[in-house]
Structure formats: C-alpha cells, structure tokens
Design a protein around this ligand. Structure first.
Ligand code: FMN
Length: 281
C-alpha cells in the first residue's frame, strides 16, 4: 500500500514539474520568438511522397529554431485557374498574409512546375510581401530533367512578388536523400532570417540579388551537367563509374573553353552511363 501511495505522489510531482516546464517553454516562445510563422506549401497532389517529405523536413528545421509552422496541401483547396471571377480560398490568402516566410515545393511535370502549383501562384492574393523570405524546392522524380527549369518557375514567381528567396533547391531521385538532410538546415536558416524582414529598395537591388542565386541561369546543358554530378556522387560502385567520370571531365573542360555545343555529347554520355530506372511502386 505504502509503495502504491509513494508511486502516486511521485507521479503527481513529475506531472507538475512537466506542466511547469511546458508553461515556461510556451512563455519563452511568445516572449522571445515574437510569434513568427512560416508557411510550407505542398504543391504535389500526392501526400506523403517526395515533395511532401522535403517540405516536412524543411519545416522541422524551422520548428527547431522555435518558429511556428503551418503546412498546407494545395490539393485540399479547390484551386481553379485564373479568371477575373476566380478567387483563392480565404484560408490560403490569410495564411499568406500572416506568414513571415514561405516554403514552396512543387513536382516537375514536363520541365516546369505542375499546374496545381502554378494555378495557386496565379490566384493567391498577395499583399505587402516585399522582403519576406522564401525557399523553393522543385522535385523531378522521373528522369530528373527539368529540375532547374521548374526551379526557375518558382524563383521567377518569387522575384516578381518581391520575395527575398534563399537556397534554390533542385531535387531529383539522385540527390533526394542528400537534400532530405540539408533542407533541414535551410529551414533553420529561413527561420532565423524571417525574424527580420528585409525589403528590396527597388528593381536594381532586387535584380542584383536574384542574379547571384544559383541555378537560375542554368540552360539545358548546365542542367544535364548538374544531373551528371548528382549521378557521379552516388555511383562510385558502378562498373561504368570511371569512364562516366572521364566523360564528365571532358564535358567540363569543353565548357571551360567555351565549346558548349561540343560538350553536350559528353554530358549526355555521363548521364546515360549512370542513369537507372525508378523503382516500380
Ligand atoms: C505529367 C507528369 C509529367 C512529369 N514530368 C517529369 C519531368 O519532366 N521530369 C521528371 O524528372 N519527372 C517528371 N515527372 C515525374 C514527377 O516529377 C515525379 O512523379 C515526382 O515524384 C512528383 O513529386 P511527388 O512525389 O511529390 O508527387 C512527371 C510526372 C507527371 C505526372
């Protein structure tokens, strides 16, 4: 009996201590973090798949810094293509307004972002976002082709809407695992930056900023070279590895000499030698 009473008393004490700790944590949250919120947008209609996993991981990074998150699946909202009559849902418009920063993840369909994400971009009501921070993630889960052109779709949108976007993130099946790790840190960085908004002073300032971002000026060949690099990184055990690497280096050297047309053959060879089909699901 005595043992049971002692155990109950101990459990009660622990429970109170836990509640007190939670109260302090919550208080700290509102006092010091200033209740910032970052919105994650899943543009893929497939919940739980690649885009969703990357957004989730990025938001985990955000949360680790003590910043609030909201996550939305565009597929859950009745998004219609733009006409003068169509309106975005109040919920999405309000979340955009409230968010201090944004993460948009979109799957790559034929070299661009999918229609759902684009329709959302066309109709969402955007007021006063100059200098809010953002991250864009493009997910080319098939051949990988189009991962940069689709990323450019997202960052062009950010550019036009005056969002101060960081860390352009092109993802294929070949670098997916790696990005699933690094996107956590991008989320953390985004959360830190979102604490102080930094509006662009004008067109010059904004253009200078965007000109410096990686991948946004990638053409077909640059994209193929990126995919080749991603494949080389994960193919060390493959029989064709050395030969493929040599092809890649030849392409690289030709590009360095300004011979882009000649380089194409070698870039494509690298990709072909190391490419593997997606697992059947
Ligand atoms: C209509 C359509 C077009 C696609 N086009 C491409 C493409 O150009 N490049 C590519 O790598 N994958 C392409 N894919 C594959 C998707 O990028 C892949 O399914 C991706 O995983 C989608 O992201 P999710 O897993 O988050 O849905 C396409 C898929 C569909 C349905």
């Amino acid at each position: 009996m005595l043992i049971i009473i002692s155990a109950l008393l101990l459990a009660h004490t622990f429970d109170n201590a836990y509640k007190l700790n939670q109260n302090i944590k919550n208080k700290n949250k509102s006092t010091f973090v200033d209740e910032k919120m970052i919105l994650g947008i899943v543009g893929s209609p497939r919940k739980g798949k690649l885009t969703d996993q990357l957004i989730t991981r990025c938001l985990e990074g955000v949360e680790s810094v003590g910043v609030e998150i909201e996550k939305v699946y565009l597929v859950d909202s009745k998004i219609q293509y733009f006409t003068k009559q169509t309106k975005c849902s109040e919920e999405l418009n309000n979340l955009w307004k409230q968010a201090d920063a944004l993460v948009i993840g979109a799957p790559v369909y034929w070299g661009g972002i999918n229609g759902l994400t684009k329709d959302f971009m066309d109709i969402v009501e955007i007021i006063d976002v100059n200098g809010k921070y953002g991250i864009g993630i493009s997910v080319a889960g098939g051949t990988g082709r189009g991962l940069c052109s689709a990323l450019q779709n997202i960052y062009r949108f950010f550019y036009h809407r005056q969002i101060r976007a960081i860390d352009p993130t092109p993802v294929s099946r070949f670098n997916f695992k790696e990005i699933l790790e690094t996107i956590y840190d991008s989320g953390r960085r985004l959360a830190e930056l979102s604490k102080e908004r930094k509006p662009f002073e004008g067109d010059k300032d904004r253009m200078e900023y965007y000109e410096k971002l990686e991948y946004l000026n990638y053409a077909f060949l640059d994209e193929m070279m990126l995919l080749a690099r991603q494949l080389i990184k994960i193919s060390k055990d493959k029989a064709a590895f050395q030969k493929a690497k040599h092809e890649y280096e030849t392409a690289e050297s030709l590009i360095g000499q300004g011979k882009r047309q000649e380089a194409i053959e070698y870039a494509v060879n690298t990709y072909r030698m190391l490419y593997f089909d997606p697992p059947k699901s």
